[in-house]
Design a protein around this ligand. Structure first.
Ligand SMILES: Cc1cc2nc3c(=O)[nH]c(=O)nc-3n(C[C@@H](O)[C@@H](O)[C@H](O)COP(=O)(O)OP(=O)(O)OC[C@H]3O[C@@H](n4cnc5c(N)ncnc54)[C@H](O)[C@@H]3O)c2cc1C
Length: 296
């Protein structure tokens, strides 16, 4: 299917040029990163921007390193680069595990984590791991740089806190201060390239501290705070897991759509919570399946 609308095309050579182009178009331009979402939207007529600003040549967005006790992931970093990073695998294995579930190898070679967060569809696999790690999104506009906590990033389905004249420069994850382990569990209709019917990130921290975040079971990806409050400070047991599962219905609001019914999503979210908690606890104890192994 061809793109039916005309647009101007810019490829800025650095960040200041990208920012000034965004300011010039005042919300009528779209940034182009990997294009795995944007090109589809252009072809289907869901977006008709006056200009595309291709950020692939902006060197300030290419980094993946530790700075000031945080892992900084530049906005041009792809899911393949996250999967191939020893730093991500060793320090943020839940993000590593989630990245492996995104689409297929060909898509992951182009798709960026930042683009995933900007698309902000409810099923995005990039968000739950960032939510449990309490990451923040760093943005740049013509006047200021902002640091937006992941908990405030999504403002609705396909909506974020990003202003029209801003771009995302990086996502930053604080390095865990205590020993942690976790998992990302994704339910799809089949193994292979599919969007999540339910996605769940679990992070267990030494001292019985739990962080949980769901995607694809509500308008936005978000933490399951009621379940966290129940679990925190207690040793994991079958009785505690049963109580946690009973709280799932109060923590998510799944819909029925082409991929699953709301009842199936709710049931599977409970199954995934039980397996996710047990897997995270086992990994924290140095046991359990290796990261990347399926637990569904
Ligand atoms: C076949 C297929 C399968 C897929 N499967 C999955 C899946 O399993 N899980 C999943 O989560 N996703 C999946 N996706 C979607 C996933 O590829 C995208 O969400 C991707 O991560 C978006 O990144 P991108 O670099 O391609 O962004 P683009 O498509 O280039 O841009 C997407 C949006 O983000 C904006 N944007 C990009 N970069 C910036 C920036 N730095 N600052 C501000 N705005 C920016 C763009 O303007 C645009 O509005 C799939 C896509 C396809 C085509």
């Amino acid at each position: 299917m061809p793109i039916a609308t005309d647009f101007e095309y810019h490829k800025p050579k650095d960040l200041p040029e990208a920012v000034s182009l965004l300011a010039r178009y005042q919300g009528r331009a779209q940034l182009l990163a990997g294009g795995t979402d944007l090109i589809v939207w252009l072809k289907e007529g869901m977006k008709a921007p006056q200009a595309l600003i291709d950020v692939k040549g902006v060197p300030e967005l290419w980094h993946l390193d530790v700075k000031d006790d945080s892992l900084a992931i530049g906005a041009r970093v792809t899911f393949t680069e996250l999967i191939e990073s020893d730093l991500v695998k060793s320090r943020f294995p839940v993000l590593w595990e989630a990245s492996r579930t995104v689409a297929s190898c060909g898509v992951r070679n182009r798709a960026t984590l930042a683009g995933n967060l900007c698309s902000a569809v409810p099923s995005l696999d990039g968000a739950p791991a960032l939510l449990v790690h309490e990451a923040c999104v760093r943005t740049r506009g013509p006047v200021e740089e902002r640091e937006i906590p992941m908990s405030e990033w999504f403002t609705g389905p396909k909506r974020t806190a990003l202003l029209p004249d801003e771009l995302v420069t990086a996502v930053e994850l604080p390095l865990p201060k205590k020993k942690t382990a976790g998992c990302y569990v994704k339910l799809g209709r089949y193994r292979g390239e599919d969007l999540a019917q339910v996605g769940l990130a679990v992070l267990a921290e030494e001292g019985n501290v739990w962080k949980l975040a769901f995607c694809a079971v509500g308008p936005i990806a978000q933490r399951a705070e009621k379940i966290e409050a129940l679990l925190n400070g207690k040793r994991l047991s079958e009785a505690l897991i049963a109580k946690a599962k009973a709280l799932v219905a109060q923590s998510i609001s799944p819909i029925t759509d082409i991929r699953a019914s709301s009842e199936y999503r709710l049931h599977m979210a409970q199954v995934m919570l039980e397996r996710g908690l047990k897997t995270a606890a086992a990994r924290l104890a140095g046991k359990g399946p290796a990261y990347g192994a399926s637990i569904l």
